[in-house]
Design a protein around this ligand. Sequence first.
Ligand SMILES: Nc1nc2c(c(=O)[nH]1)N[C@H]1C(S)=C(S)[C@@H](COP(=O)(O)O)O[C@H]1N2
Ligand SMILES: [Mo]
Length: 426
Amino acid sequence: MKKRMSKPNFTDWLETVPDSTRRDFLAKLGKSTLLAGLGMFGAGCEAVDRGLLDRGLMPIVLENPQAAGLPKPDMLVHTEQPFNGEFAPHLLNDDVTPTERHFVRNNSGIPERAINKDLRDWQLVIDGEVHKELALSMDDLERFPQVTIEVVVECAGNGRGLFLPEVSGTPWQRGAVACSEWTGVRLRDVLQAAGVKPSAVYTGNYGGDVPNDGSEPFSRDIPIEKAMDAHTLIALKMNGETLPAAHGFPARLIVPGWIGSAMQKWLNRIWVRDRVHDSGKMSGYSYRIPAYPTPPGHKPPAEDMVIATAWQVKSLITQPQSGLQFDAGTPIKVRGHAWAGENQVDKVMISTDFGLQWQETRLIPPSNTYAWFHWETELTLANRGYYEIWARAYDDTGAAQPFTQPWNPKGYLGNVIHRVPISIIA
Ligand SMILES: Nc1nc2c(c(=O)[nH]1)N[C@H]1C(S)=C(S)[C@@H](COP(=O)(O)O)O[C@H]1N2
Ligand SMILES: [Mo]
């Protein structure tokens, strides 16, 4: 227990606690973590200073997915502690993903504040390379102009389960992606209110994460140029409702086109930095890819790894469902979505003969930049047998999805073509 407590970055998070209480607090934390683990959360609470609890600093999160409405119905749950779950492609057929079909990816527990929808003492602090530090309440944020956009959110590890050789990490299939509608304040407006100094390079973003194992709370970053982009939001609502606990109540970042890890949930601090943010999740192999193509299974040296940022071109077949049977000669409706990070989708082609012949689908543009495109077509297969529907999206730079998955050590940015098997009966 002592070893955990001595992790240096843990104290960052506690910096608002006066020094005298801190030591005592950390000692008690160890005890309560244990009690929480034994399901004695109530009893554990009594051992902890109520004053600290009341200030919203309770660091122990009982991993209680049920309290956050998890799992969602029909979800494929990878882990409950922390909670990670996705949906099968055919369940993602909606143009705008309803909240109950949005995947959930957590690096640690969901903060109590989010579960209790508790805004007491909550503030969003903007500090670092700014002329004026800000501590904004929800009311303050609501006074900024509010913007609504549909945005694709996709975990950098979506598709990791399709990597060969296998890589460690949550084995996401294809469903760690969604396109919901997000409403909030432009990050730019808030940063301008604080006055960004010319020395600003990156933001370091913090949320209310409270890892049970004493590890450093999840914190990632965005370069200042992306932070100042008019589409980058501090979202306060998802699909027209207050943010759900699992998706970041009371506020989260939405960084269009970029990997989901940039979209800090339970946001409470934006530290404007004069260097690339150097949290644990920004270092080593975390959210990094090799700077050059590498042989499968080969781990390049750390200095050859670059930070993963925008997503590459991708598509999903959401109709028909994998494994269905159809009668020969009857039209089959085929439909799905396509997206391309910061680029535009140019076309989506499909094949039913393992890539020999391709036909172009009808591409339906999204409601706004950074939402996914939709595509659809009709197929008629005259002969019985086993078929695979393959979809391949192209973007406006000419890039297209690969036929086999290029490899990287952590299984990031997978965009191999989606294949849906069906059978035709006579
Ligand atoms: N505070 C915090 N923010 C976070 C995470 C987290 O663990 N803690 N996970 C990130 C990752 S890796 C992804 S992919 C997205 C997932 O967002 P969602 O759970 O709303 O789908 O949230 C990001 N924001
Ligand atoms: Mo992620």
